[in-house]
Ligand binder design. Structure first.
Ligand code: URA
Length: 188
């Protein structure tokens, strides 16, 4: 699995399917443990991620790591983290739908290799593409949704939580839903 992921990452590094490939500093393929049963999917790399080549290493990443640690999850131990687009959109704008579509086969391949059981969508961009186009994070966060072989959940993007403290309590309760799912599915 590790070899397969490395091979995929190498192929992804050469990708120029959309214009973001030309302006990135580093590819941000993903980070985590092959064999992880939970995959977190964000939107796209920001400035820090682009500089370091790893997802969620800026301020929102620190918040994400904190929430993960509350339920004994850790990118170095038991989860995998990826983004909808692997290259930074300039000035941190949202990825355009066509960029997301061009990039999606890479995420699909990651999923095919990793075979996670639970996919947690961080924010609207991931939730609307992976769960349903009309997904509303404020209304549907924390719901476990069965789709094919996977269980999916949408929750708040950590950057949104930094902007809106009032949503933190809801986000924490979503992480407790993940903890309960882990207990019920014997995931540690
Ligand atoms: N925001 C995201 O959606 N992904 C990252 O990797 C960093 C910030």
């Amino acid at each position: 699995m590790e070899q397969e992921l490395l091979k995929l990452e190498k192929a992804c590094r050469a990708c120029q399917r959309c214009p973001l490939g030309a302006t990135r500093t580093n590819l941000v393929f993903g980070v985590g443990v092959p064999g992880a049963r939970i995959l977190f999917v964000g939107e796209g790399p920001g400035e820090q991620e682009d500089l370091r080549g790893e997802p969620f290493v800026g301020r929102s990443g620190q918040l994400l790591d904190k929430y993960l640690s509350l339920i004994d999850l850790d990118r170095r131990k038991n989860i995998y983290i990826a983004n909808m687009v692997k290259c930074r959109p300039p000035h941190n704008r949202d990825p355009k739908p066509e960029e997301t579509e061009q990039c999606l086969p890479w995420l699909r391949s990651q999923v095919r290799i990793l075979r996670p059981q639970l996919i947690v969508c961080l924010g609207r961009i991931a939730a609307q593409r992976l769960i349903s186009p009309d997904f509303r994070v404020t209304r549907q966060h924390g719901q476990l949704i069965r789709k094919g072989n996977f269980t999916l959940m949408g929750t708040f993007h950590p950057a949104a939580l930094l902007r809106n403290e009032a949503q933190k309590a809801d986000a924490l309760s979503d992480f407790q839903v993940i903890r309960r799912w882990m207990q019920e599915n014997d995931v540690h």
